[in-house]
Write a protein of this length. Structure first.
Ligand SMILES: *[C@@H]1O[C@H](CO)[C@@H](O)[C@H](O)[C@H]1NC(C)=O
Ligand SMILES: [Zn+2]
Length: 502
């Protein structure tokens, strides 16, 4: 719905609200007090909608925001007494829900800002209803593996982020056996650690095995923070030069079979059991990132959860949207690790997400300079792996999930509530009194074509696997810390997101 139409509809609302509306849109609106942080001139206001997703129910009513927090919630029938003399932004039938919290993004800043960067990445996030990103410790340069390198990230983010940004630190062989380096990194605010069980593709981020992970978990236990693990274990795989065309996705798939995930997870679980109550790393938590294999790997994870391991798992929109059979020869936009698997595997991923066996979804937004995608050669074996998606993860999850019965509540659970819990952000991830006013407003029924006419805020739209698709669910507005940071295709002029440090 257009802003003009939405504001026109306001005139059908009760008189008290109508008067407030006059205050909001009147010619003499006060100058923004927030010096460009918000597209709204107020810090105390109401957001009204017929579909507000709260932790217990979806209500028709309004949310009161003041000073960056949600201070009250009222149902429509109680409006008259409560809403007095404050501006109201009425979003009509659009959904008002907690902003998405993306626990897995690569913003590549500092050091590889030709790939992404804090300003472009957080603008894309804001345009997609994401209000908090947790940035991965690799693909920036240097990698975030110490207090000093974390400080470089914090400095680089200052005044350059449009949404909130937190940071995972890296667990690498160099620091795994040195508790003081890890403690300094965690004391400096890293929300947890991330490690790879296979080569990461980045030289200063080497892989770890279960012995490093065991050490990492024992330090994390004291801090009650998670270890995020890329669970793939390398295998010797023979390709036949005559038969296996590097332009064919099936060749790439052959180099990273599901057994790589399964083997890694099996090894990981030998140390993840330390996180059980009474175990040597009680308090630590293991989170498996971007699960692609919905067969044996998922069974192992389910079993470990039953056995009491402190364990969660995420998958990503590209595994839920695409299947390997449909990827065209040479279209390296779709290269990622682990790879996108076949259609029946995708069906099972959806089942697991809907059943709660997969806890959450994250973007694993991982762009590169377009040249590294080698579009001319279309060589899947040599092209940079990473899917660029940040702005579209909400409509993608929704569009592809409709077939599997996704609901607004499920969306909030897997994109806001559970990610908030993983990153220990108690004041985020819900529309409830006292929580941060991090809010996404969107139209679940509105369809759009992701073509040249659509305003794309990704740094390199051409490398996004979603360009050319038709999606359902249009983001109208995004609020971060009570600031309206995005509305109707426009961003607030100033970058006022906060860095989240533990
Ligand atoms: C841990 O790392 C610090 C800083 O690099 C170093 O000074 C210290 O000697 C290391 N400790 C051990 C036990 O290796
Ligand atoms: Zn990643």
């Amino acid at each position: 719905m257009e802003a003009g139409l939405r504001r026109f509809l306001v005139s059908f609302m009760p008189l008290a609200l109508y008067l407030c509306y006059i205050v909001y849109t009147g010619k003499n609106v006060p100058k923004p007090r927030t010096s460009g942080c918000s597209l709204l001139p107020h810090s105390h206001y109401w957001i009204a909608s017929k579909r507000i997703v709260t932790p217990h129910e979806i209500i028709s009513g309004a949310v009161e925001i003041n000073g960056g927090r949600i201070i009250s919630l009222v149902k429509e029938k109680d409006w008259h007494e409560t809403v007095k003399n404050k501006p109201v932004i009425d979003y009509g039938n659009a959904v008002v829900m907690p902003g998405l919290i993306d626990v897995h993004a690569h913003l590549d800043d500092p050091g590889r800002t030709e790939w992404e960067g804090f300003p472009s990445g957080t603008k894309a996030a804001a345009a997609g209803g994401i209000t908090t990103l947790i940035d991965m410790p690799l693909n920036s340069h240097p990698s975030t593996v110490s207090k000093e390198t974390l400080q470089l990230k914090i400095n680089a983010a200052k005044g350059r982020i449009f949404v909130n940004v937190g940071f995972w630190g890296g667990l690498v062989p160099e620091n795994a056996f040195n508790a003081s380096i890890l403690e300094n990194l965690l004391d400096a605010g890293a929300l947890g650690l991330k490690s790879f069980m296979c080569p990461s593709g980045i030289n200063d981020f080497p892989m770890t095995d279960s012995s490093h992970i065991k050490e990492g978990l024992s330090v994390l236990a004291k801090y009650k923070r998670p270890l995020l693990v890329h669970a793939e274990k390398q295998q010797e795989i023979e390709l036949d030069d005559g038969v296996d065309d590097p332009r064919s996705y099936s060749t790439y798939l052959k180099t990273r079979p599901a057994s790589m995930e399964e083997t890694a997870i099996r090894e990981l679980l030998t140390v993840a059991k330390d996180t059980r109550i009474g175990g040597p790393a009680e308090g630590a938590h293991v989170h498996i990132v971007h699960l692609a294999d919905s067969r044996s790997s998922l069974e192992l994870i389910k079993e470990a959860k039953i056995n009491g391991d402190s364990l969660t798992v995420e998958t990503c929109p590209h595994y839920l949207a695409f299947s390997s059979e449909d990827i065209q020869d040479g279209d390296t936009r779709f290269k990622c690790a682990p790879p996108i698997r076949d259609a029946p595997n995708k069906e099972k991923l959806w089942e697991a997400l809907m059943d709660g066996d997969i806890d959450m979804v994250s973007s694993d937004h991982s762009p590169s300079a377009p040249e590294l995608k080698l579009f001319a050669e279309g060589d899947f074996l040599r092209a940079w792996g990473g899917i660029s998606s940040l702005q579209f993860v909400l409509p993608v999850t929704w569009s592809y999930g409709l077939k599997y019965g996704i609901t607004l509540e499920k969306l909030v659970s897997c994109w806001s509530e559970k990610p908030a819990k993983l990153a220990s952000q108690d004041l985020k991830g819900a529309i409830a009194i006292g929580k941060h006013a991090d809010i996404a407003v969107w139209e679940p029924e509105e369809e759009f074509d992701l073509d040249g006419n659509h305003p794309v805020h990704l740094k390199h739209p051409g490398i996004s696997a979603y360009m050319g698709s038709r999606l359902t669910g249009k983001v109208l507005a995004t609020f971060v810390n009570g600031n309206l940071v995005f509305e109707d295709g426009k961003h607030a002029p100033a970058a006022c997101g906060t860095t989240i440090l533990a």
